[in-house]
Design a protein around this ligand. Structure first.
Ligand SMILES: [Zn+2]
Length: 472
């Protein structure tokens, strides 16, 4: 530890001196990225080396606080649970525009150590990669946001808007509501902003070149429900037509195969249009067909079979995930239930959807019971904002030739709470290859990030922040 912190101080000193020279002679944004690499790597690796599984997030907050305050950036902590603190730091602008919030979660999912070829909290560097839990989710964003704050402070770039840094706990598991829920409910004034940027996007590397950049602009809303079937209990030797299991079985089949209405929004329409422009001819024709109501049904059929993730982007989805019934092989139970994981389109009227669902079931022995929602309804963020435009321009500049695509996640993130409060929120992420996305995904047995993806990602965050918040 001691050796590492001495090294850190050395790097910081060097960069401060160097940056001062650069900024004295050149426009504020002329940054010598090669010089910054060791420092970026050091912060990123230090953060990956902290085991910040749920309940230990304060470890990251302590690290960040020390680094930020060491450079004269005041940092405040907010904790509902002392071991799961959140941290907020703010660089003031001239107030002519509303703030920009850059956030990242500090927690990581758990590890099964026997699955790892290296120490999951070692941030081991091997084969051009940095290996470790959180190396993708979400410590690249955390490190990039931290570096951006340090560089803004050192350079003294004049800002039109405040830049707020938030490191939040409990994104992966927040049953106690210690992270974004707590911050939005109790300390919203400290993070309120016009725009936010965090995980939820990414970029695709093909043959060493970034070909596609995804900006997350929307996500589906979890709106789960239970189907509860009731009937007469009885002896297993006597068949009954009102057997709850028979009714539940039929209802599960109906809703599981129900093709809910397809509906595109600004994000998904643009997503499929842009994908059509860069896909091989056969795939491109499927995406184009989606955009025409006459040909859409066949295209949907294809995606349902061959690309369920994209099929889900077209509609509110209903997926049966759990069954519960019965106490013995010779007992007909009086009740049986199924859980449905429903993911609603951002603008879905959920109450009306439950009523539709009941109509599809069409059985008085089966009722639909909504399960209380864990995330608020969150309207999609717009593509026409200054922030989105800057993100698109910066992506094209950083990765020449890449196609920029807005995307809607079928999952849910902490942007939901921010969007629900009216903050236009956008998702980003470092570049990886398709094979890495499959074999080393976020939450996978093993996580890793190519070192060569880290530095451009930090540069991307810096570019967007200075363009959106810098004085014009
Ligand atoms: Zn994450």
């Amino acid at each position: 530890m001691a050796a590492r912190s001495r090294l850190a101080v050395g790097c910081l000193w060097f960069v401060v001196v160097h940056a001062a020279v650069v900024y004295a002679q050149a426009p504020a944004k002329a940054v010598d990225w090669n010089t910054l690499r060791p420092e970026i790597l050091q912060h990123y690796r230090s953060l990956v080396q902290l085991d910040t599984t749920a309940g230990h997030e304060t470890r990251a907050v302590e690290y960040l606080k020390k680094v930020l305050e060491g450079e004269g950036i005041p940092a405040q902590t907010f904790a509902l649970d002392a071991s799961r603190a959140n941290l907020v730091a703010r660089l003031k602008g001239n107030g002519s525009k509303r703030p920009l919030l850059i956030l990242a979660h500090t927690d990581v999912v758990g590890v099964q150590r026997e699955k790892w070829p290296v120490d999951p909290f070692g941030a081991v560097m091997k084969d051009g990669y940095i290996w470790g839990r959180g190396s993708k989710d979400d410590k690249p964003v955390l490190a990039a946001n931290l570096m951006t704050m340090l560089m803004l402070k050192r350079s003294g770039v004049p800002l039109d808007r405040d830049v707020i840094f938030l490191a939040e706990s409990g994104e992966e598991a927040d049953l106690a509501g210690v992270g974004i829920n707590y911050m939005v409910r109790e300390h919203f004034a400290d993070i309120d902003a016009e725009f936010a940027m965090t995980e939820g996007g990414g970029a695709r590397l093909d043959d060493g070149r970034v070909t596609r950049v995804n900006i997350g602009t929307a996500e589906k809303v979890p709106a789960r429900a239970r189907l509860v079937a009731t009937g007469m209990a009885g002896h297993g030797s006597v068949p009954r037509l009102d057997n709850a299991l028979i009714h539940l079985g039929a209802a599960v089949q109906k809703v599981g195969l129900w093709e809910t209405p397809m509906r595109l929004n600004e994000t998904t329409r643009t997503y499929f249009e842009r994908l059509a422009a860069i896909s091989p001819p056969e795939r491109a024709s499927i995406y184009k067909a989606l955009l025409d109501p006459k040909t859409a049904p066949d295209a949907q059929k294809f995606l349902r079979e061959h690309s369920p993730g994209e099929y889900s982007m077209l509609r509110t989805s209903v997926v049966p995930t759990m069954l519960k019934a019965g106490v013995g092989a010779n007992v007909i139970p009086s009740e049986a239930e199924a859980t449905l994981d429903i993911r609603a389109l951002p603008d879905e009227n959920v109450q009306a959807f439950y009523a539709e669902l009941a109509k599809v079931v069409n059985d008085r022995a089966v009722r639909v019971e909504p399960i209380p929602q864990t995330r608020p309804a969150s309207p999609a963020s717009k593509l026409g904002t200054d922030m989105y435009q800057v993100m698109e321009r910066a992506a094209k500049m950083m990765y020449p030739g890449a196609t920029v695509i807005p995307s809607m996640s079928t999952g849910a993130s902490d942007m939901a709470q921010l969007r629900a409060k009216g903050i236009q929120s956008y998702g980003i992420g470092p570049a990886s290859t398709e094979s890495d996305e499959i074999n080393y995904p976020a939450h996978g047995d093993v996580e890793r990030l190519a070192e060569s993806s880290l530095y451009p990602f930090v540069q991307y965050v810096w570019t967007v922040v200075t363009e959106v918040a810098g004085h014009k």
